[in-house]
Design a protein around this ligand. Structure first.
Ligand SMILES: [Zn+2]
Length: 235
C-alpha cells in the first residue's frame, strides 16, 4: 500500500447497489477499521432486478437499502454517490465524465472497480468507463468537461474485483476473515436482493479464495483481485 502514514482515500466504483459489498466489502471494512476514508459511486440504480415494484418505487427502495447497508458497514452517507444510470443501458460517455468529475472531487489514493471480463454487461461497461475516468482524472487536461485539477494528485493503486464471474488469474488477495460477518450483515440490508442462496455463493467464493491462496492456514476467507496498477512495490 502507499507509504504515507496518513489516512488513505479509498474509492469503490460499483455497477449496481451491493456490488461494492460483494466484490470488496471485507476490504472496505478493513479500510474503515484502519481509519481510511471510503467512498462509493453507484453507477446504476439497480431497478431492473425486481419485478414486484413499479420502477420509481423500487429505485427509492434500493437507495434506502444501499444507505442502510452503508451505515451497517460504517460508511458515511455523504461518501455515497449515485449516478442513476439505467441497468442494461449505461451511457458510457456520460458515465465516464460524471465519474471524472467525482474522482477529481474525491481525489482517491486507491480505486476498486469491476474486472473487465465480468459476466454482466453493466460490469464490463462500468469497468471501461471507470478505468478511462481514473486515468483521465489526475491530468490537467479535459477541462472542457466542467472540472479542473487545482492540486495534482495520483491514484497509486487500482484493483479489479469479481462478482458475477471469477477472475481467471487473480494476483492480489485480501484476508477478510475478521470482516466476513460484517460484510454479510451489510449485504443482508439489501433486503430485496438478499437470499440464502446468494449469501452461500458470496461466502463460498471468499472461502475458495482463502483456501486456495492462503497456504498452510485453515479457515481463511479472502477477497481476490486483479492488480491493474500499483505504484512503488519496493520502498
Ligand atoms: Zn452488479
Amino acid at each position: 500500500m502507499a507509504k504515507e502514514s496518513r489516512a488513505l482515500r479509498i474509492l469503490v466504483i460499483a455497477p449496481h447497489p451491493d456490488d461494492d459489498l460483494i466484490g470488496c466489502g471485507g476490504s472496505m471494512a478493513m479500510h474503515l477499521e484502519k481509519g481510511n476514508e471510503v467512498f462509493v459511486i453507484y453507477v446504476t440504480n439497480g431497478d431492473a432486478a425486481c419485478q414486484q415494484f413499479p420502477p420509481d418505487e423500487f429505485t427509492k427502495i434500493r437507495k434506502e437499502e444501499t444507505l442502510n447497508a452503508g451505515r451497517c458497514l460504517g460508511l458515511k452517507v455523504e461518501n455515497l454517490f449515485f449516478l442513476d444510470e439505467q441497468p442494461w443501458r449505461i451511457n458510457e460517455e456520460k458515465t465516464r465524465f460524471e465519474l471524472l468529475d467525482l474522482i477529481r472531487q474525491i481525489r482517491p489514493d486507491v480505486c476498486y472497480i469491476p474486472h473487465s471480463s465480468d459476466a454482466h454487461l453493466d460490469h464490463r461497461a462500468t469497468h471501461r468507463a471507470a478505468l478511462e475516468a481514473i486515468n483521465m482524472a489526475p491530468s490537467k487536461w479535459f477541462r472542457q468537461y466542467g472540472s479542473t485539477v487545482e492540486e495534482p494528485f495520483s491514484i497509486s493503486i487500482i484493483l479489479a474485483y469479481e462478482v458475477w464471474a471469477a477472475l481467471m488469474t487473480p494476483n492480489y488477495f485480501e484476508d477478510i476473515t475478521l470482516f466476513l460477518e460484517k460484510k454479510m450483515q451489510a449485504l443482508r440490508e439489501h433486503k430485496t436482493q438478499a437470499t440464502a442462496k446468494y449469501e452461500q455463493a458470496y461466502r463460498g467464493m471468499n472461502a475458495f479464495r482463502g483456501a486456495m491462496h492462503e497456504e498452510g492456514r485453515e479457515g481463511v476467507f479472502s477477497e481476490a483481485f486483479q492488480i491493474i496498477k500499483i505504484v512503488e512495490i519496493f520502498h
